[in-house]
Design a protein. Structure first.
Lengths: 128, 299
């Protein structure tokens, strides 16, 4: 199952060149870019591992691309995403976040059905 | 029919000609340096023309080493270099990150690599200027972390030539020993540019420029006194070329301010003129009269 999350989830995976252009845009807006990875891409898992510190004061995407490559190399079986944080007052939040790498064998999820009080059925996503 | 190229036009279009002219106008002396910069600019223009014809060569390695005494304009030229390289499309952004050993080398094991990488990341797309680069390598301490920084630098200089240009700067003799002890680094730095000391005439011209930038002027006697001052100061220890000129002017302004306050009523002319007295009060003249100068810097 192809897992999708974040800003460009409806598009095919971006190429390196396209990723670099997105980073260049984020840097031009003065957003702090950071790289995160996880082996648990559950949609409710908002806490991915940080790959190093968020990167401030960058001028060019080359440095970020380098970090993405390094992260992917160190964790080939993980999902890697890129975040861009806007510190402008009023926003103070992620403005852009998208996946840049996925493992060769993707995580699988299944829908679990659970019967609770009063024959009520609850559904939840579970890692297969 | 073969396509012909007007290289001069290409040079003009890129806006580099303007920067080069500015360099000629605003930087006094430094003939060998300007020559070398022109050569580098020409090389990049020719490469550009070649690329338009579809002849794709590898990008030239433009890592540089600026050697010269303090105050000879190494940092200033590095800033211009960044602009030139940007206009010619060699680097993508054209900003300059100036660092010293403290910014690259960490304080404990495992601190250096992230620190150096952090700086390199910030410099990507521009120029990394490492001032007093010889401090990176301290042969007397074999557990010094400087070597680690040098190794990371070398790796990036080799593999990511397209992403950044590294400029090392420092005093000539110490840079020479630095490169001797790091042959790998030496071979990766293609351009060694030596910044000569300024002559007295050049120093006077620099002082003239600085005075104008400060919105001041020199009285004819003041000009004479300044020339005299520079001639004496040049012979004394710790002379830092253009930086010494700037310091001398700053102190002359202090003396001028005190003189004007003592005078009470002043007019525009007095407010903007540096007189001979402002320079003659300097300790440099006193030191020249009593030859056995003390070891501390004559300021």
């Amino acid at each position: 199952m192809r897992i999708t999350q974040g800003t460009f989830s409806f598009l095919p995976d971006l190429t390196d060149e396209q990723i670099a252009k997105q980073i260049a845009y984020a840097l031009a807006q003065n957003w702090a870019v950071s790289v995160e990875f996880t082996d648990d891409p559950h949609p409710r898992n908002t806490y991915w591992e940080m790959w190093g510190m968020p990167m401030f004061d960058l001028a060019d995407p080359a440095g970020v691309m380098e970090e993405i490559r390094a992260c992917h190399k160190a964790h080939p079986d993980c999902y890697v995403k890129l975040n861009a944080f806007d510190s402008t007052r009023g926003f103070e939040t992620m403005r852009l976040s998208f996946m840049v790498h996925r493992p060769p064998v993707e995580a699988r999820f299944r829908l679990r059905r659970e019967e609770t009080a009063g024959r009520l059925i609850r559904y939840t996503l579970e890692r297969a | 029919m073969s396509t012909t190229f007007d290289l001069q036009a290409l040079l003009r279009e890129s806006g580099v000609a303007g920067v080069l002219d500015e360099l000629d106008r605003e930087l006094i002396g430094l003939a060998p340096v300007k020559m070398r910069i022109r050569e580098i600019a020409s090389l990049l223009v020719v490469d550009k023309a070649r690329a338009e014809l579809g002849v794709r060569g590898a990008k030239p390695s433009l890592h540089m080493c600026f050697t010269g005494n303090p105050g000879t304009g190494k940092t200033t030229v590095a800033t211009r270099m960044a602009t030139i390289l940007h206009r010619l499309g060699h680097v993508r952004k054209g900003h300059l990150i100036a660092v010293t050993r403290d910014d690259l080398v960490g304080q404990y094991i495992g601190h250096t690599a992230p620190k150096t990488r952090e700086v390199l990341k910030r410099a990507m797309g521009g120029v990394l200027f490492i001032d007093e680069a010889y401090y990176l390598y301290r042969p007397e301490n074999e557990r010094d972390y400087g070597l680690e920084a040098i190794e990371i630098l070398m790796q990036v200089m080799e593999n990511q030539r397209d992403d950044l240009v590294v400029i090392f700067a420092g005093y000539k003799s110490r840079m020479d020993t630095f490169f001797q002890s790091n042959p790998g680094l030496s071979s990766r730095v293609a351009h060694h540019i030596d910044f000569p000391d300024y002559s007295v005439e050049e120093l006077e011209a620099i002082a003239g420029l600085m005075v104008r930038e400060l919105g001041l002027e020199l009285s004819p006697e003041g000009r004479g006194a300044l020339a005299q001052y520079l001639r004496l100061r040049r012979e004394q220890p710790n002379f830092a070329n253009a930086r010494s000129v700037r310091n001398a002017l700053d102190r002359a302004r202090l003396r001028q301010a005190r003189r004007l306050l003592d005078a009470g009523r002043v007019d525009r002319q007095m407010l903007t003129t540096l007189e001979a007295a402002d320079f003659l009060a300097s300790r440099v003249f006193a030191a020249a009269r009593t030859p056995p100068a003390p070891k501390e810097a004559a300021c």
